[in-house]
Write a protein that binds this ligand. Sequence first.
Ligand code: ATP
Ligand code: MG
Length: 592
Amino acid sequence: MTRPTVIHKEPVRRGLLPNWTDYAQERSRFSWDQARLALQGLPGGGLNMGFEAVDRHAAGVLRYHAALRFVSKDAPAIELTYAELARQTNRFANVLQSLGVGKDDRLFLLAGRIPELYVGLLGALKNGTVVTPLFSAFGPEPIATRIQLGAGLVLLTTDTLYRRKVRQLRDQLPSLRHVLLVAEEGGVTHEPDTLDLATLMAAASDSFTTVETTEDDPALLHFTSGTTGTPKGALHVHGAVVAHEASARYALDLHPQDRYWCTADPGWVTGTSYGIIAPLLQGVTTLVDREEFDAERWYSLLVQEHVSVWYTAPTAIRMLMKAGPELAQRYRFPCLRFIASVGEPLNPEAVWWGQEVLGLPIHDNWWQTETGGIMIANTPAFDIKPGSMGRPLPGIDACIVEHLEAEGELPRVRVIEAPNVEGELALQRGWPSMFRGYLNNEARYAKCFAGELYLSGDLARVDEDGYFWFVGRADDVIKSAGHLIGPFEVESVLMEHPAVAEAGVIGKPDPLLGEVVKAFVSLKSGLEPSDALRLDIMAHARRRLGAAVAPKEIAFLAVLPRTRSGKIMRRLLKARELGLPEGDTSTLEAGA
Ligand code: ATP
Ligand code: MG
């Protein structure tokens, strides 16, 4: 089917005007100092992420508005208003103070998406304590390594997770002074060397004065997804809140009346920046689902919870596509008004699926753990070109660079001015949510910069209208017979084939051509691999890409190896193909 190359922006959607409509004008009048004025600041002139997210609203008109709404399969929903969230986070901050935990100390969180996780994170921020949320499905080793690396002083977890994953390694965690346990089945925990969180919370006062933090004080330590190697710890500051506020307005189009659902777990930067902080800053009601992905449940939640803005990931969209259109057609989504996606390239096929099945296009956006917030996005202010990541948000200057010979240790680059030339995606430094260091690795941090430019490690190109197109990660690009082939282009074409649900493409060493393209694909529900199907997919790819770029080999896999944050791990496909060691697999999804 031939489709138009753009999806036009809509002036009004479901009766709401978008937050902005004129890209050029907004960019030209934007300044970070001006954006800071949307926030209140602390009385002494400081800035604190937790205060801005919670207390600012708890003292204003939104105090009785639902801030967080927790849902799960077996228990009734729990709703916390902004006022209640302020009281609970105050209690938690007081608990930390009573334990002698203060500014710059480190708190690790290890729990499913339960209220205590959110209260702990926001309360710690108000106390100036640096927070690291961990993904609760991690095994004992990755948990211990991260707590060791980050010198965690306090751990908040549940009694079940503690017994299963932490207790046996406790003696290897010398920095860990306090373990706070949530009793999952209710009651009080009596685990030795731990404290019962509910008991401490009940005894703590619900008033607290936010600790005076500045915009340069550390707030969050996030580990990257580990897609390309061992996860890195990226340190973020309280000042990032300015970027969270602005980007949620521009890229997610949040309005206070929205019911918003971010499907990412807070163990990943998206689940914190846009699953907790940014929506609270905008005063919306955020849905938190405790359960894992299930196509039927997700469609039902979108409908029953009246979700109006939905922020999800390509992997989830592909799984919904895999489940088939019949399931989706059983539902209507009258409240849904804006959908965005992040984490991996969003194939044009997926954008069109949104348009055709959900009635709305999906707005892809690009950012990284290191950037702390959305940098490049499709927004309501301009047309979508399916397959493009969109354009840099106001306050963000992005460009494409090529590497020159390095002088000493540090990279040197030149900006490529011409459109449509592939190179490394770089950003002008100076946006407030930029990471301020890699944990224990200053040398690696220094290498991320060439003068005033931050180098992302991703390859992209920019077209004549200023839209950015993802090509691939620098590590994943395939060099075949003198061509540079981006895996994304090949994967997107494979995804167009009606039988293909997911595709991951690698370069396989070849004595003649350097590398040849090999594709791994999983099929849509109900389809079986066969030689005939392989040939048909191969023929489709040749037709669309030409023989030089199309895969020479296609292998069928039931599931592709993915990180727990949902990214295809091409390095693992490659290592397995070549019989090489798999490297760090701490973030690998179970069963892949
Ligand atoms: P690691 O750095 O440990 O290998 P990671 O880079 O996957 O892991 P994240 O910071 O979670 O860790 O992911 C950021 C990366 O995800 C980006 O550098 C990019 O490669 C990819 N990404 C994110 N959003 C998009 C997008 N919209 N299109 C294409 N790629 C994206
Ligand atoms: Mg990365």
